[in-house]
Design a protein around this ligand. Sequence first.
Ligand SMILES: Cc1cc2nc3c(=O)[nH]c(=O)nc-3n(C[C@H](O)[C@H](O)[C@H](O)COP(=O)(O)OP(=O)(O)OC[C@H]3O[C@@H](n4cnc5c(N)ncnc54)[C@H](O)[C@@H]3O)c2cc1C
Length: 441
Amino acid sequence: MEHRFSKKDYDNGIAIIGGGASGLMASVIASAAGVPVRVFDRNAVMGAKILATGNGRCNFTNTKQSMEYYHSSDPKEAEAVLGVFDARSVCRFFRDRGVMTLNKDGWMYPKSQTATTIRDTLVFSALRNDVKLLGNKEILGITREADGSYRLHLEGFSYRARAVILAAGGSAQKQLGTCGDGFRFAEQMGLTVKKPLPALVPLTVKKDPLFKAAGVRIHGKVSLHNQEGKQLQEMEGQLQLTDYGISGIPVFGVSQEALRRIDAKETIRAVLNFLPDFSRGEIEDQLKKTFEAGISYDPLDTKLSFVLSGIFPEKLAAVFIEKAGGSSKMTLTELKALEEKDYHHFVREMAEVIHEYHLTVTGSRGFEQAQTTSGGVLLSRLDPKSLMDGKNPGFFLCGEVLDVDGVCGGYNLQWAFSSGYLAGRGAVDYIKEMDNYDQNR
Ligand SMILES: Cc1cc2nc3c(=O)[nH]c(=O)nc-3n(C[C@H](O)[C@H](O)[C@H](O)COP(=O)(O)OP(=O)(O)OC[C@H]3O[C@@H](n4cnc5c(N)ncnc54)[C@H](O)[C@@H]3O)c2cc1C
């Protein structure tokens, strides 16, 4: 494709660091206004992370939007950004470019159920507007020139631009190109970065018999409690038990809060409820019913964990039995042999464990397994209408590099698109204002 802009034009244009979700969106919006745009990415291909999203299906936004789904030190500013190019606008953006969408209880996917659709739509929209997408181009540093323009430093050469959009992402999954460079560049420009921590990540816990149930996936509720026993957060969904701790969407959902507090040296407990629709008393009654049915019908050398397999996977049931004071191999005969008060005590203990299984959270599986970063560049110094740095005219930021992160459900891509849109539009307005100023001088 022949490009309309000459090298000189590009020197007058916008340089975007990072060709991920936010950088590509910013490039499409800015180039649509006729401004020359270049996108630099250290990866050979653009949007590598988009391809990994939603298990390869890309959950690109959510129709249910409210600040309860996001974390930020500046929630008012974040809300203002999210309100301009909102979930409806994001859906329209893709539909206008031929993408049919699929709504799964508010979680939005491309109908094709493949993330390539979203990545390619962004890439082709950028190429159609003559955006130069430059892969294998790692930015090593940024400096501000005496004339107010910016110089991007690469291996062996540098490149000048009138406006820069920093869209380099966070620190999650560096194999996809993101290793925290954006935070370093922002700090070099004098911006404040809140300590980046992994988020949407499996949690590690103090060694526990529950590790023996590794591999089990089960519906349940996880709640976080502090040292004083105060409940901080809870989330329900499919829990995944592992040999190091807990994972799954509800665990991802509480991981941000848990890790921030652990970083502040608080002791955090995760309490799992494996039958969240039942009270402790109802669980006790159900256990008695199940055991009594077992005692009446089964051969009496049957293991209790097997008798419970209509409620829980066997290896999880074995853990509950052990926690209640029995042996994981305990049989119906052994249960029947218990004195009545010991039997009731055993069943009560087991109901208690099923209803409130306590674990001490020690940390997480780190940025290697995190889906996003919590923390990042504070919004407070940025103009919420354009995401331009108040102290460096022409320097814009968007995406995960900023101190906004969402829970699972398409919220992080929504943030990337909302902030990318504003930064792209802001950079165009800035360049146009400079042009008017130059012409009127
Ligand atoms: C496995 C996984 C699944 C996910 N699933 C979902 C989901 O279904 N829904 C959802 O909403 N969110 C999801 N997310 C989160 C979401 O993908 C990110 O929050 C979002 O992509 C961030 O967009 P971004 O543009 O800020 O950064 P990125 O998309 O990470 O892009 C940043 C780009 O900058 C480049 N870069 C960095 N430093 C440099 C440098 N020095 N020089 C040149 N280039 C550089 C990187 O190579 C990268 O391509 C998922 C994340 C992961 C890891």
